[in-house]
Design a protein around this ligand. Structure first.
Ligand code: SF4
Length: 738
């Protein structure tokens, strides 16, 4: 980052691990020897999983054109042969009888769910015609895209070529965005995915609302378990006794929404008691004096009544961190859009990491090693002329231009400002489940002339589409290679189809190329086959493509620590002054607090609980509940209530209830799990259940949807993220429900 905010916008997600994001010094390739096996048998295909976005290496065993089973790929550099229950259940997605089978055009009213089957030619001709019409009448910027996943990468290129600057994915404004912004403001670069937390070397892990063990990513959970086995200590800050909290040396059941107060108190103790890494801060950071003055008043005694964590406990945990420094892995979290002050909370976490000297050091947060991939020849995408509609860079000055602000696009579609949005292309994401305030999303859809959904399953949003395009599953398609700069040894992993696409489904790259041809944009896709595409990308790296395909991945030497860096790697901290920004001039310039500050949160009204939510190890978001194998493991969610609070309301463990939020919106029925393992002011449920699409025969009507109940959000003014833990619910039983 050269120091301008424009550079910041581009760089804040620049280590996200996609090909478009990778820049920087090239490395000599280093093909790992096949550690566990020789050449693959003919019927086995090396690929990577997409049951969630960790993309573990897999081996798909195929017989008579059908994938029989999926196993872990022992040669994969990150996951070393491990996959989770969802990864094992990949065949349950590919062979789900409810899959979308052919292209469909809407025939009834929007939302009625009436469609007719059409051919791919008809579907693509229809789409190309409508896109041309909208462009002619309203300009290319009036088509917005909601992409997700690597398959959408081809379509993203197409939309840029078409001329639209409007693309946004929930991975930013509903998930990881705040942490990318908070860490980029502090260290000059975001974190990327997988997040580079050095669990292998750490002495102390700190989790703040991060549910490792429930949120399963194979390599991370293995490293986490390995660290604990090695004797690493664990601090867990969570209003709920999560799986991780149950293993913690210190569980801090914090009052929700007050994490910044705790972090400020930790900063206070580290500075006032001299527990910080003096040499590291002197060498690498600027603004220490200002930070020290800022946190002086935020003592543990100040934080105690706010957080409801005893001051002595706050001190004790700060001392534990100081003793373990720099090998302290303060995990930055993943889904972190909670209270609307999330970027500042991430900043506070980054500041604790900085004071401990744990950024770029063993056992803390390690550094990415970028890989230079090849560029696909062809014209550069046109620079969009109009301003973006989602507010990235304007309303939300620190939002990522690469990932966009989904809710900003929804707002613009409703208001018609700064200009009308007439078309949506939804690719691989579920806008009704992943973006809160469903009513607003439906209001926006109502304004559209065109809504296209590209998906594998008939999730509820399909009902509102004008055109539905069935995509092949990840076991049936080639995708953009997975380029990971945030591993200690960076790597490229490939996904090639293990089986032919079922029914009339097609891979994303094929759909995109066919549409590009119809829009006269083929020049942006100057390759015919996936093999050609891959060759172009890895050309500068001198990679043996045959070996890459056989093993599934190729690694490069990494330089994960500050002491490893080479001059060609660029500045250690690509910030304004080349130092860690304990005090942020960018934030000051834009009228924000240059150092984090705690702002009080609203408490639940009497009789209500704060709704918090999380993951289950056997499901991914709202994507896997219709999978027969996973449905067999967990077919509904429960609402966790504190046992005493439940008793006080006359509720019993296992009782079926309905939840109603403070705006009167009700959930589907859900069972109570009464437990001492949650604070009395909170209600918790696993996200993803309560599907309303009758075409999902297994998932329909099972459990309750937290998304249904999220009618309120608190927007992060820095980057547009939707804080979602600001909804309150009460529990209705019997006659109260009717
Ligand atoms: S963690 Fe599980 S679901 Fe996610 S990519 Fe790995 S195997 Fe697949």
């Amino acid at each position: 980052m050269a120091g301008t905010r424009r550079d910041f916008l581009r760089s804040s997600t620049a280590v996200a691990g996609t090909l478009t994001a990778v820049t920087g010094a090239a490395s000599a390739t280093e093909l790992e020897p096949p550690a566990h096996r020789g050449d693959l048998p003919a019927h086995t295909v090396a690929s990577n999983c997409e049951m969630c976005f960790w993309r573990c290496g897999i081996l798909a065993e195929v017989q008579d054109g059908r994938v029989l089973k999926v196993e872990g790929n022992p040669d994969h550099p990150l996951t070393h042969g491990r996959i989770c229950a969802r990864g094992n259940a990949g065949t349950g997605l590919t062979y789900d009888p409810d899959r979308l089978k052919f292209p469909m055009l809407r025939t009834g009213a929007r939302g009625e769910g009436k469609f007719k089957r059409v051919s791919w030619d008809e579907a693509l001709d229809f789409l190309a015609t409508r896109l041309r019409e909208i462009k002619q009448k309203h300009g290319p910027e009036s088509v917005a895209m909601f992409p997700h996943g690597v398959a959408a990468t081809f379509f993203r290129t197409l939309m840029k070529a078409y001329g639209s600057p409007n693309q946004a994915e929930p991975a930013f404004a509903q998930c990881r965005g705040p942490r990318e912004v908070g860490y980029a403001l502090t260290f000059g670069r975001g974190l990327g995915s997988p997040e580079p937390v050095d669990l292998d070397e750490t002495k102390l892990i700190v989790l703040i609302g991060s549910h490792i063990g429930e949120n399963v990513f194979t390599s991370q959970v293995t490293q986490f378990a390995g660290a604990l086995e090695r004797g690493a200590k664990l601090i867990v800050v969570d209003p709920r006794l999560s799986t991780a909290a149950a293993k913690a040396d210190w569980w801090l059941p914090i009052r929700p929404g007050t994490d910044i107060a705790l972090l400020l108190a930790w900063l206070n103790v580290l500075i006032t008691e001299g527990g910080y890494d003096h040499d590291y801060i002197t060498r690498y950071a600027s603004g220490f004096g200002k930070l020290a003055r800022h946190v002086k008043e935020f003592t543990p005694e100040w934080a105690e009544p706010i957080t409801e964590i005893p001051a002595a406990r706050i001190r004790e945990t700060a001392h534990a961190m100081a003793a373990a420094k720099p090998a302290v892995a303060l995990h930055p979290g993943r889904h972190v859009t909670w209270y609307g002050d999330d970027s500042q909370r991430a900043r506070a976490m980054a500041l604790v990491t900085a004071l401990l000297g744990a950024y770029g050091r063993k056992g803390g947060i390690f550094l990415p090693t970028p890989i230079d991939t090849g560029k696909i020849p062809g014209p550069p995408p046109p620079e969009p002329e109009g301003e973006r509609a989602d507010g990235a860079g304007s309303t939300y000055p620190f939002a990522s231009e690469e990932q966009g602000v989904t809710n900003g696009l929804i707002d613009a579609t409703i208001s018609g400002k700064p200009y009308p949005i007439k078309g949506w292309i939804v690719y691989g994401q579920n806008v009704l489940e992943s973006i809160p305030r469903r009513q607003r999303t439906l209001e926006a859809i109502d304004k559209l002339d065109l809504m296209v959904v590209v998906d594998v399953l008939p999730v509820e949003q399909i009902r509102f589409a004008d055109l539905v395009l069935p995509e092949a599953t990840y076991l049936e398609r080639y995708d953009m290679p997975h380029v990971v700069s945030t591993a200690k040894k960076p790597f490229i992993a490939v996904r090639f189809p293990a089986a032919e696409p079922l029914y009339e489904s097609k891979p994303g790259w094929w759909i995109t190329k066919q549409l590009a041809r119809r829009l006269d944009l083929e020049a942006y896709f100057p390759w015919e086959t996936p093999e050609e595409h891959l060759e172009m990308l890895v050309k500068p790296l001198d990679v043996n493509v045959t070996a890459l395909r056989a093993r599934g991945a190729v690694t490069f030497p990494g330089r994960p620590y500050l002491d490893d860096r080479l001059p060609g790697d660029g500045p250690l901290f690509p910030t304004e002054d080349g130092k860690i920004q304990l005090y942020s001039k960018f934030l000051e310039e834009y009228g924000f607090d240059p150092m984090p500050r705690y702002t009080p949160v609203e408490d639940p009204p009497p009789g209500y609980f704060r709704l918090i939510y999380g993951r289950a190890p056997v499901h991914s978001f709202a994507r896997s509940e219709n999978n027969a194998i996973l449905d067999g493991l967990m077919d509904e969610n429960e609402v966790w209530l504190n046992d005493e609070a439940a008793r006080n309301q006359g509720l019993a463990h296992g009782q079926v209830v309905t939840l109603e939020n403070s705006d009167g919106v009700r959930s589907l029925p859900i069972k109570v799990r009464a437990t001492p393992g949650i604070r009395p002011d909170c209600a918790y449920m696993v996200h993803g259940f309560g599907h309303r699409s009758k075409k999902l025969h297994l998932a329909y009507d099972k459990g309750a949807s937290d998304a249904d109940l999220m009618t309120r959000v608190k927007i992060d003014p820095l980057m547009g993220g939707t804080g979602m833990r600001v909804n309150f619910i009460r529990v209705l039983t019997g006659e109260e429900v009717s």
